[in-house]
Design a protein around this ligand. Sequence first.
Ligand SMILES: C[S@@+](CC[C@H](N)C(=O)[O-])C[C@H]1O[C@@H](n2cnc3c(N)ncnc32)[C@H](O)[C@@H]1O
Length: 252
Amino acid sequence: MAARQDTHFGEQTVPLADKQGLVDGVFHSVARRYDLMNDLMSGGLHRAWKDALVTAVNPPRSDREFALLDLAGGTGDVAFRVVEAGGAGTRVTVCDINTEMLSVGRERASKHGHDDAVTFEQGNAEELHYPDRSFDCVTIAFGIRNVPRIERALAQAHRVLKIGGRFLCLEFSSVDVPGLDKLYELYSFQVIPRIGQAVTGDREAYKYLVESIAKFPKPKVFAQMIEGAGFRRVSFKVMTGGVVALHSGWKL
Ligand SMILES: C[S@@+](CC[C@H](N)C(=O)[O-])C[C@H]1O[C@@H](n2cnc3c(N)ncnc32)[C@H](O)[C@@H]1O
């Protein structure tokens, strides 16, 4: 009999096969308040981090066709920013496993007039149904640490990218500025779950989110994982004292 594989769900050790269901429960619970919570938790900083991601995506301002896949794209925040920065040929496919996050995203797209440029599709980052080499760019923002089998998602991102395409991943990282690290830990573990409780009624969901950040590999290790998936010229830059890292890799 094959040995059971375990992984972490926040601080808990759980069977690998159970993690996705637990993650889905978290985002199902917070979907309607997700965007408000992002602003409250980060003091609006998530906007600057996402702007840095969009600058790296660099969608063409002209009518040239540009197809972006935003994995774990949730309520469409990154997608909307990319189409607003790009020209008439910019199209974004938001792929997320969670139907509730997607339906909030579709409502937001209608409100902002992005129905034509942004498509919302349900899918698992670990097993994408898109053909090989179909996107110019693949992004994933604050999503990869929630995916149970990260190597599979990276391999899929590589498969669906065109040759010359770029993979960009924005994710929480580890604060290594003396003094700021303690403050960040205090804020993450003591304050965020309380805000989560007050705003969404789900303290556990935000406890998971904070714990999952602490479990995510350090930037150098994650960069090696990106290389392991076949990406070249892999690099990363940390922002806000290490609170987040923006990783980049090319399919060459
Ligand atoms: C923290 S949210 C990020 C949403 C969005 N990218 C943003 O930056 O606002 C994480 C998202 O990952 C999605 N997710 C988790 N596991 C996934 C998987 N295996 N495949 C695709 N999406 C997944 C969740 O449903 C959730 O919408």
